[in-house]
Design a protein around this ligand. Sequence first.
Ligand SMILES: O=C(O)CCC(=O)C(=O)O
Length: 230
Amino acid sequence: MVDESGTDGLLGPAGHRLVPAWSAPARARAWAAELAARHRSASQEVLRNPHLTESWAQSAVRADRLLTAVQNLIGPDVAVENTFLVIKWPGRSFEVPWHQDGINDRLELDPDRSVAAWLALTDADVTSGCLHVAPGSQRAGYLPYGAEDATGASRGRALQTRISDATRGVPVPVDAGSGLLMDVRLLHRSLSNRGDQVRVGLNIRFVAPGGVRMRDGSSPSLTPISGAGW
Ligand SMILES: O=C(O)CCC(=O)C(=O)O
């Protein structure tokens, strides 16, 4: 794969961008309320690949404004490689350490043919555990990362990326129904929810044809969303 380090990438110097109003806020909040009601008794924090089984997630990954923004970056042929729902319960400790969405033990994404999205189903602010991003960090390319911690419960994320002391994160509050697009090399993390309301967010990895390189010999599992190139 081409060494993409040193480049600003598809999302420019900041490496991320807001996607305003991919959903009506009330609809996003209704999905979040239903998810919270369903998973509250087990305090479940992570749902893997809900786009394969849940109708709300099948709608979310196809939302018009989101898909148009993704197509403007990676072209008309778009597939979903992975989705990852995080429910942060109020007052409960649950952090997602610094990581890059485009690399893990299984795969590496081409930053010119893929993009990550994070969709807020509830309001997410500093108190409730919004994302923190390190603008410009994508220029360093993929970095070494550590093993998931024991509490990671198989998140399927290459967590604990070793970041430099100079790397600074900035919080990015996002309202329900809006979201972020991120360069797949952008360092980001989230802290625990210290508020009194549940915080729900959906991470999506979108790819164009040829955007996935498998590192473990397995085949990519792709859900085509648009275009004829699949
Ligand atoms: O929702 C969160 O708090 C973090 C999710 C995330 O960064 C990811 O899934 O890559």
